[in-house]
Design a protein around this ligand. Structure first.
Ligand code: M6R
Length: 364
């Protein structure tokens, strides 16, 4: 039932504050991550020395964000790979490596094949972060962390992605605690997590503004998404969403790669969507944006007020709430979901069931 919404996708976008709370529920206390939530005793957390993450599509993008968190917070090496590549190559598995799959459906053929292969490769254990409790992936993995997002009907994944990120944040902090993360820092991160549903709510308040931005954007044929750090996987996810439902060709680049090639594409017909985080990368990103502006590119900037960016002749500014940097990838996802949704509505595409795509890719 779509309730008051015209499409499932919009209903699912608006469910995010609630389902992120459901994902956190029972997994954190006031100041700690409750390690019992992995479904077995947490002894395995102490043993992990490496992490391999394998997934497809949007779930793969969630994995890319987690690499930043696991390496930053826990100091453990983490690699992330799409399942369709992983399953067909010889993988070198370091000792004591956790094999982590991410999947909304738990039925994606390549991800299941990767898990089955991994079970023969001597991993420490297998953990699935998944949205469907009765799925094959959950049944076949040793450990599970359910995302608790409820059924996702729209083919374009929205709430499944932000709850995957929430579950990955829980997992990253749990691993980090066994690798020297201080109790004080853990508390700080857990408190940030507790404020996440409220921040997602305030990101949704830009709805009417983003609808207007989408009207201006909808006649474009191409778009370039830029981000740095954890904003890079969010740029990838934003561009995937735009492609999937509005059929606009979009690419994503780490902003520092601009002058290594894609800058050649920039002219007045190539809009840039810039995800501007509020951290030590801010100044670097601003100088990337100047490179674009100097070439007549139209800039769609998503940033918080304190970044000092605002509407200008070639800058279309959308405010994103200012949050703890650990939450930025989740909160920045919301306006991009709304942008692709409204662009698709203007273009009149089938938002919930885009051409050529299936909700669950159960064949290769
Ligand atoms: O069910 P899964 O998370 O394993 O699905 C993986 C991809 O097929 C999926 O994320 C796909 O990319 C979505 N249509 C993205 O919106």
């Amino acid at each position: 039932d779509k309730g008051e919404f015209r499409h499932y996708m919009m209903k699912e976008i608006y469910e995010q504050p609630k389902v992120i709370s459901a994902c956190l529920e029972g997994r954190i206390s006031e100041s700690k991550v409750l390690t019992g939530c992995f479904g077995a005793d947490s002894a395995f957390l102490k043993e992990i020395e490496n992490v391999h993450i394998v997934a497809c599509g949007t779930s793969y993008h969630a994995g890319l964000v987690a690499k930043y968190w696991i390496e930053d917070l826990a100091g453990l090496p983490c690699s992330v790979e799409v399942a369709s590549e992983y399953r067909y190559r010889k993988v070198a598995v370091p000792k004591k490596t956790l094999f982590l799959t991410l999947s909304q459906s738990g039925e994606t053929a390549d991800t299941l094949a990767a898990l089955r292969m991994a079970k023969e490769l001597g991993y420490l254990t297998t953990l699935a972060i998944c949205n469907v409790p009765s799925s094959t992936l959950v049944r076949e993995s040793a450990l599970t962390l359910l995302t608790n997002a409820g059924p996702e009907i729209g083919v374009a994944s929205t709430k499944a992605f932000t709850t995957q990120l929430t579950a990955l944040l829980i997992t990253s902090v749990a691993i980090a605690v066994e690798n020297g993360l201080s109790a004080e820092k853990e508390k700080e991160l857990v408190q940030a997590m507790r404020s996440l549903p409220a921040y997602v709510n305030s990101a949704l308040e830009q709805d009417a503004h983003i609808k207007k931005v989408a009207d201006r954007f909808a006649n474009k044929n191409n778009a370039l998404f830029l981000g740095r750090g954890t904003m890079y996987p969010i740029a990838l996810e934003g561009s995937l969403k735009l492609k999937e439902i509005s059929y606009i060709h979009a690419e994503a680049y780490p902003a520092g790669e601009l002058k290594h090639g894609p800058l050649a594409l920039v002219d007045e017909d190539m809009p840039i969507i810039a995800l501007v985080p509020h951290n030590d990368m801010l100044d670097k990103l601003k100088s990337n944006l100047q490179e674009v502006a100097a070439r007549g590119g139209e800039l769609y900037v998503f940033a918080d007020k304190d970044t000092d960016l605002h509407n200008e002749e070639n800058i279309i500014f959308t405010e994103v709430p200012k949050v703890d940097s650990i939450l930025e990838p989740i909160v920045h996802t919301i306006p991009l979901q709304l942008l692709s949704y409204y662009v698709a509505v203007v273009k009149g595409t089938d938002v919930d069931q885009p051409r050529n795509l299936a909700k669950s890719v159960t064949v290769e």
